[in-house]
Design a protein around this ligand. Structure first.
Ligand code: SAM
Length: 278
């Protein structure tokens, strides 16, 4: 395979800088630069875009994003051991890589980015889900990002793209699909990472819609969906009982049989119900 840049191979970078993976930071590194370039391509056309990368580690995906033509990459990394390796990448792409040593959950980034903005990350599972939920629930829509290309453990990726009637369908699917198109674009076996995690992984690509797929108030929709899936084995007339005294009538008005369970109800009908609860 052709080399994507003139920087050293990632194994060498890790050895030179002593980047033995830390479990506490969820470090499972991607070492194949052709694979990281392939992931970067899933993020869409990067030319003319700023890319926010969270958790660059030794920089495999960072190098992929830059090789694929990102105008600028802003990388937020918590582990300061990675900074020298990232500085070498910044030197190879002058003016195109800015690194912030910080926690992505608390570091403000918008002052460092110019639209259009895409987000790409291979993050620890818990941080990734937390950031995904934040990125999907900004105070105003459309959000600061045009697309999110994120690695998750396969089971979480399936929850994001799940359709009604499946076990994986729930709050995350509704949250993601209400205001974005969400697709699994790659699957990766444990051996793609160093060290290999216990589970398979998948890359999800989400594209922000200019407006929600169906009208609804975000807070009301979130409340209804949380109550419905919080007791997902119950019929909706029971799980949503506390939401309004005439709940059964409202369910019927939204086209939802009161005896149905949350996982049978599609996004359009949840939005119709949210409108009737506002
Ligand atoms: N992107 C690299 C790759 O693909 O090889 C590293 C991926 S590794 C799964 C996750 C990275 O996120 C690690 O470098 C870790 O130090 C970093 N990280 C973990 N928690 C973080 C946080 N809260 N904010 C920023 N970076 C974090």
């Amino acid at each position: 395979m052709a080399r994507i840049d003139d920087l050293p191979p990632l194994r060498e970078v890790i050895a030179t800088h002593g980047l033995n993976a830390k479990k506490s930071l969820g470090q499972n590194f991607l070492l194949d630069l052709n694979l990281t370039a392939k992931i970067a391509r899933q993020a869409g056309d990067l030319s003319g875009c700023d890319v926010l990368e969270v958790g660059p580690g030794p920089g495999g995906l960072t190098r992929g994003l830059l090789a694929e033509g990102a105008r600028k990459v802003l990388a937020i990394e918590k582990d300061d051991r990675c900074l020298p390796a990232l500085a070498e990448i910044a030197a190879a792409y002058p003016g195109q890589l800015e690194v912030i040593n910080g926690d992505a959950l608390t570091t403000p980034v918008l002052d460092h980015l110019t639209p259009p903005i895409r987000v790409a990350a291979n993050l620890p599972y818990n941080v990734g889900t937390e950031l995904l939920v934040r990125w999907l629930t900004p105070p105003e829509w459309p959000p600061f990002w045009n697309s999110l290309t994120l690695m998750f453990q396969r089971e979480v990726a399936e929850r994001i793209v799940a359709q009604p009637g499946s076990k994986a369908y729930g709050r995350l699917a509704i949250l993601a699909q209400w205001r974005a198109d969400a697709r699994i674009v790659m699957s990766l076996p444990p051996e793609a990472f160093q060290p290999a995690p216990k589970v398979h992984s998948a890359v999800v690509h989400l594209t922000a819609l200019s407006e929600p797929r169906f009208p609804a108030d975000a807070k009301v929709l979130s409340r209804i969906v949380a109550a419905a899936f919080g007791q997902r084995r119950k019929m909706l007339r029971a799980s949503l009982k506390g939401q309004a005294p005439d709940m059964e009538d409202r369910l019927l008005a939204a086209g939802i049989p009161p005896t149905a369970r949350a996982e049978e109800i599609d996004l359009e009908r949840f939005c119709a119900l949210a409108r009737l609860m506002t």
